[in-house]
Design a protein around this ligand. Structure first.
Ligand SMILES: [Zn+2]
Length: 463
């Protein structure tokens, strides 16, 4: 395949040939060979394709089939009620809402949900992913009673409808249906994404097998790396699906036993497996760094989010060569809530980018979809601007150049913090062709239009 007149990776306009999964030739003027397919890029930017290094595929696919209950789609109570009632009027059975945040309508409970939707079982997930709120029909469907023995919250002996940190329990009670991933995979390819790391901490051997089966059937357009729990320690890579790190989902109000955590880290390391830690508070990061000081680190161990990383902890991250996988989009999506909720002394250290790199910490980019928007181009723009939804600047010293923001999303799945090198002959043809030259896009990356995406030389998207 011959691509004519493409702007090569922030450089000159050239012709480029793809053959056998690689970039076979680059030149000012290449001639088509035989019946070779020719694409005229018309000066559009040809770039390394993207990878999202922290995403939750099954949750994202389920969310796409759910009612959005929080910003930016839903900003206030009236909009929430309208969205839920409209969804409830269609179909039957369970209704699922996602992305709720208290800025919309304050704390929710069963009584408030009953006033909106009483006819169908309804459950709404709070944006953090830790809290579900159920209406009375949903509680009844799950067999929950005021005097029952289950993890639901009770106040004065009465079910509130709230369920915290009990997804494992909930999974055993709800009908299990894995969402189809084809449409989602297609949508991500249309944004230039050719690789994904699923960071769901509950992934087990059945999930790994499921992803491998999808890959074998050609239902996934991206290469996958799948993190999960300790059960994956003994698992091997599958074709198109690499076994990822042991993911620890820490929460500062329920930190694991320190010795047990260290033992689990050592076990995974002994299996030649990396570890990854969900850290969104200063306390969580301190705890993890304490554990890793005991166990030692393995190259490729990573901190997910590192949402609060003051200078002394950034220095420790760099010293231990821990990778940070960050979500630049959270500032653009949640920045105003951070300004309202986060301790003032921690605000300067939120979702840092340039400051972490300057401290010697290797960074990779991701969206954390469905907890963030899945569009990596919007995340890149957010990395350049650091603006909250209301326009406040959060961490002016943390902005990246558009090129550096793009680089966060180009590393290989196994080495996410190492950006793709300049496109050259012999490199794998994981490519993304944009409709415009880079200069026309630099200041508004979220508006990028992807014309074509190649994974290992095979077109996976053509607009
Ligand atoms: Zn996540």
């Amino acid at each position: 395949m011959l691509i004519r007149r493409a702007e090569l990776h922030f450089g000159p306009v050239v012709d480029l040939r793809i053959a056998d999964g690689r970039i076979a030739a680059i030149g000012a003027r290449l001639h088509a060979q035989g019946d070779e397919t020719v694409i005229d890029a018309d000066g559009g930017a040809l770039l390394p394709a993207l990878r999202d290094h922290h995403i939750h595929l099954q949750a994202l696919a389920a969310a796409r089939a759910s009612v959005a209950c929080g910003p930016p789609q839903v900003q206030d109570e009236a909009a929430l009620v309208a969205a839920l009632r409209a969804a409830a009027a269609q179909g039957e059975g369970w209704l699922r809402g996602v992305g709720y945040h208290e800025t919309v309508a304050g704390p929710l409970d069963r009584a408030r949900l009953d006033r909106v939707v009483a006819s169908r079982p309804l459950r709404i997930q709070q944006r953090s992913g830790r809290l579900w709120i159920f209406n009375s029909a949903a509680l009844a469907a799950l067999g929950a009673r005021d005097d029952g023995d289950d993890p639901f919250e009770r106040v004065d002996g009465r079910l509130t409808g709230r369920l915290y940190d009990a997804d494992d329990w909930l999974r055993t009670r709800l009908p299990r249906a894995r969402p189809a991933l084809q449409a989602l995979s297609h949508a991500l390819a249309a944004r230039g994404v050719v690789g994904l790391t699923d960071t769901t901490h509950t992934n087990g051997p059945d999930d790994l097998a499921h992803f491998a089966a999808l890959q074998a059937r050609g239902e996934l357009l991206q290469a996958l790396c799948v993190m999960g729990d300790a059960r994956l320690d003994a698992e091997a890579d599958r074709p198109g699906v690499a076994r990822g790190a042991h993911k620890f989902h820490l929460h500062e109000h329920a930190l694991p036993d320190f010795e047990a955590l260290c033992a689990a880290i050592r076990r995974s390391h002994a299996h030649g497996r990396n570890v990854a830690f969900h850290c969104v508070t200063r306390t969580e990061l301190v705890y993890v760094l304490g554990a890793l000081a005991e166990t030692g680190t393995r190259g490729g161990d990573r901190i997910e989010h590192a949402a609060v990383a003051p200078p002394e902890l950034a220095a420790e991250l760099a010293r231990r060569r821990l990778w940070v996988v960050t979500q630049p989009n959270f500032v653009a999506e949640r920045g105003d809530a951070y300004l309202a909720e986060v301790e003032p002394q921690d605000r300067a250290w939120l979702y840092r980018l340039r400051g972490l790199q300057a401290a010697g910490v290797a960074l990779a980019g991701s969206t954390d979809a469905p907890f963030g928007d899945a569009d990596p181009w919007r995340a890149m723009q957010a990395a350049c601007e650091r603006r909250t939804p209301r326009g406040a600047l959060l961490g002016a010293d943390e902005t990246l150049t558009p090129e550096a923001a793009h680089a966060l999303f180009t590393g290989a799945l196994r080495t996410p913090t190492r950006p793709a090198p300049p496109l050259a002959v012999g490199a794998p043809a994981d490519l993304c062709l944009l409709a415009t030259p880079w200069a026309a896009l630099r200041t508004r990356l979220g508006a990028a239009r992807v014309r074509m995406t190649w994974r290992a030389g095979v077109p996976v998207w053509a607009g």
